[in-house]
Design a protein around this ligand. Structure first.
Ligand code: NDP
Length: 458
């Protein structure tokens, strides 16, 4: 057996026993185990080449959250009925800075989902090169079809407990699915009242009271900036490309906006009920209808097809069946599976750029990579949101507000730098495409690992 083969066998054994140990310790946590598997497949062989990480049990410590807080959230609806939901905050890793990561309000929220998101956040935040630790939180509360007053009462109750565990230097939450400017406003307002301090404890705040320019746009814009870098690196470009996007929330809207600006044609958007396909392309005017529909009227995406005769609504399906050059899954985890990946390849899709967190299943990811489709993992391609949150924290500390162009320039340079890091650690595959999955995982891992080594046994 050659030295390389015996190294591979050793790595496989280590991977297998490590994952068995993680599964045993976290029974039934499917999404969390999936996220750990995705990273470990790449990082364990790297650790074999760098044994100091193994001796100090760096990866074993990384998969164990520093702290998890679970709490009851009682609240009252407009009719006076009592309700109770469960609140969470997973404080994953603070080796690089205060815990940082969003809050998600969605009925599917459970510990496994939040641990996977917090784990992903560790490496994503590291890739930004900003001083950000990792965390994630939220609740199984569903803000859909609730009145503003109900959402406010829920947010206040949620914050009554969470306020004991966060702070501008310890843990700084932001938004995620179901948590936008409205929810952040209610939570921040209640925090300020409870703590009697106006401090930068949230990011994604309104511009009127401490928010940053470009933060709402940052995840979507950043994802497009990243894909622009990727395409140029592979001697290609965005202009004239046909793109499909899933979701119609924050990430999807601003991905569409930047793609339109950079002259790509956006064909689809979706929500949990189905997708719209507009063969003429969704232009700026149509996109502003969607923004108004989703952000202000809190309507459904099918209404787009009611307004624009050429737009078709396809109920109960996801957009991956629509032929495209580029795909931007920007709704939720595991929304693009192996069958979808096959469909994308059949339609000659060039690249898949994760706007959401882990929207592509492990099988689909491997399939895309094996067949030479560029795959950009969310921890790299959607890191623009948290990077701009980091910039919001800096502005809050300085008690300054930077100009829109200044923040946008920073965002773009951070995405370019993340791309460089991915290329550095992710050699081209046999199909001549950079292995962004490997690059992002190793580059993200190394920085946190080094910080943990230097800080001793924590
Ligand atoms: P929003 O709540 O603004 O939008 C979510 C969108 O996804 C909505 O269109 C929603 O449809 C759809 N969606 C949610 N759950 C499902 C589901 N189970 N099946 C089908 N569609 C679904 O969230 P964001 O845009 O902020 O977040 C989207 C993704 O991006 C998430 O994975 C999030 O973690 C990730 N992300 C977000 C960042 C940010 O800055 N906001 C930063 C980095 C990553 P419906 O309205 O019908 O529920």
């Amino acid at each position: 057996m050659s030295a390389a083969n015996s190294q591979d066998t050793l790595s496989n054994k280590k991977l297998h026993s490590f994952l068995s140990w993680v599964e045993e310790k976290n029974p039934g946590e499917i999404e969390f185990i999936q996220a750990v598997r995705e990273l470990s497949e790449v990082v364990i062989p790297y650790i074999q080449e760098n044994p100091r990480y193994e001796k100090m049990k760096i990866l074993d410590r990384m998969v164990e959250p520093e702290r998890i807080i679970i709490f009851r959230v009682p609240w009252m609806d407009d009719k006076g009925n009592y309700h109770v939901n469960r609140g969470y905050r997973v404080q994953m890793n603070s080796a690089l800075g205060p815990y940082k990561g969003g809050l998600r309000f969605h009925p599917s929220v459970n510990l496994s989902i939040l641990k996977f998101l917090a784990f992903e956040q560790t490496f994503k935040n590291s890739l930004t090169t900003l001083p950000l630790g990792s965390g994630k939180g939220g609740s199984d509360f569903d803000p859909k079809a609730k009145s503003d007053a109900e959402v406010m009462r829920f947010c206040q109750s949620f914050m009554t407990e969470l306020s004991r565990h966060i702070g501008s230097s310890s843990d700084v939450p932001a938004g995620d699915i179901g948590v936008g400017t409205r929810e952040i406003g209610y939570m921040f307002g209640h925090y300020r009242r409870l703590i009697n301090r106006f401090e930068g404890v949230f990011t994604g705040k309104s511009l009127k009271w401490g928010g940053s320019y470009i933060r709402p746009e940052a995840t979507g814009y950043g994802c497009v900036y990243f894909s622009d870098e990727v395409l140029s690196h592979h001697q290609n470009g965005l202009a004239g490309k046909e793109a499909i996007i899933s979701g119609s929330g924050n990430v999807a809207q601003y991905t569409a906006e930047k793609l339109i600006e950079l002259k790509a044609k956006v064909l689809t958007l979706s929500d949990s009920q189905g997708y719209i396909y507009d063969p003429d392309g969704i232009d700026t005017e149509k996109l502003s209808f969607v923004k108004d529909l989703k952000n202000l009227r809190r309507g459904r995406i099918r209404e787009d097809a009611e307004k624009y005769p050429r737009s078709q609504f396809v109920a109960g399906r996801r957009p991956w069946e629509v032929p495209c050059d580029l795909a931007y899954p920007s709704a939720t985890q595991n929304e693009l599976n192996l069958e979808d990946a096959k469909e994308l390849l059949k339609n000659k899709c060039l690249g898949v750029f994760e706007g959401a967190n882990m929207p592509v299943t492990l099988e689909a990811t491997s399939y895309l990579q094996e067949h030479g489709v560029i795959f950009a993992p969310g921890k790299a391609s959607n890191a623009g949101g948290v990077a701009t949150s980091g910039l919001e924290m800096s502005q809050n500390s300085q008690r300054l507000s930077w100009k829109r162009e200044e923040v946008d320039k920073y965002l773009r340079s951070i995405m370019i730098n993340i791309h460089k890091e991915c290329v550095l650690y992710g050699p081209r595959t046999h199909k001549g495409v950079v292995n962004y999955l490997r690059g992002a995982n190793i580059a993200g891992f190394v920085k946190v690992a080094e910080a943990m080594l230097e800080q001793g046994l924590t």
